[in-house]
Design a protein around this ligand. Structure first.
Ligand SMILES: Nc1ncnc2c1ncn2[C@@H]1O[C@H](COP(=O)(O)OP(=O)(O)O)[C@@H](O)[C@H]1O
Ligand SMILES: [Mg+2]
Length: 292
């Protein structure tokens, strides 16, 4: 059974904003799935539709095999919203306990689970300090403890590493891996790529409200490709002055010749594995090109 499945999901906000344009996505149980896309791509809208915070315009979606909006299923889903705010006067432990209480857990359950989750996110040492004294990374780790507190089968994290420094990001990554070991499916989104590449079993690239690519980081990177970069504006037959293409050696030579004949300074010419980061940037540039 899949953790998340969507078919042709669409969302139109008032004012003619078409935020989701037919999203098809499958997230398996027990995997970490990363949705990558620039700001405004529709990532948060997708999450909000799945959690029934906003209504979809059309299309279908299921969570843990049940249609979106099925209440007993929502109780099995943890959620860390984007830019979440918790009262600064609460201690980390009080904040997690507070959410456990909102979820209707018994006193015994919530104390046991809160302490367990605070330990898993590595915050036991600071659990009695007020949130107001925490770094962004510590706040996010308490947020993670909160989203895991009711032992969800699926956790949805909207930009969990946003604003977190590199050390904090590594710590968050470790927490996610620990939760995957426990069998929790994790769906997270980010406008940053580097951390997703190493932690995610599968990723999807979202641009302008639709999924452009989906697969394992290795699948997406795919076979090595050519990359040619030179100074100045793109020449005839080239989409960019730093572009990635498939082709045999001869075709690569033709592209290189084009640049050399125009007396361009070539800064890069190689057949190489394309990192997710570069693939993503190329995809973003192509989209911007479509619009101009
Ligand atoms: N409540 C809203 N009303 C109108 N437009 C919205 C609303 N929320 C988001 N949008 C628009 O929908 C698009 C997608 O936004 P969002 O889902 O927040 O993207 P992301 O999370 O990838 O940054 C953007 O153009 C954004 O301005
Ligand atoms: Mg967002």
């Amino acid at each position: 059974m899949t953790a998340i499945s969507t078919q042709g999901l669409e969302k139109r906000y008032g004012g003619g904003i078409h935020a989701l344009r037919g999203v098809d996505l499958e997230v398996e149980r027990g995997e970490i799935f990363g949705l990558i896309g620039p700001n405004g791509a529709g990532k948060s809208t997708l999450v909000k539709v799945l959690l029934t915070i906003v209504r979809r315009s059309s299309g279908t979606a299921t969570l843990l095999g049940q249609p979106v909006g099925h209440r007993p299923t929502l109780a099995k889903v943890g959620f860390l919203p984007e830019h979440h705010r918790m009262p600064r006067y609460l201690t980390g432990r009080q904040a997690v306990l507070y959410y456990a209480r909102l979820l209707g857990m018994t006193k015994r359950e919530r104390e046991k689970r809160s302490d367990e989750m605070i330990d898993i996110v590595g915050m036991s040492h600071a659990a009695h300090r007020k949130l107001g004294t925490y770094s962004k990374g510590m706040q996010q780790r308490i947020g993670l403890a909160q989203s895991f507190v009711n032992e969800p089968e699926l956790v949805v994290l909207d930009e969990p590493t946003d604003g977190v420094d590199p050390v904090g990001r590594v710590e968050i990554r470790e927490v996610l891996l620990r939760m995957r070991e426990r069998g929790t499916a994790i769906f997270l989104n980010s406008h940053l790529l580097s951390e997703l590449e190493t932690v995610c079993d599968r990723v999807a690239i979202m641009l302008d409200g639709s999924i452009r690519r989906q697969g394992t980081p290795a699948d997406l990177a795919g076979a090595p490709r050519w990359r040619l970069a030179y100074e100045g504006e793109p020449l005839n037959g080239h989409t960019h002055s730093d572009f990635i293409f498939d082709g045999d050696n001869q075709e690569a030579q033709r592209h290189l010749d084009t640049a050399r004949k125009a007396q361009r300074v070539v800064t890069h010419f190689a057949r190489e594995s394309i990192s997710l980061e570069d693939l993503f940037l190329a995809e973003v540039r192509d989209t911007q090109g479509d619009q101009s």
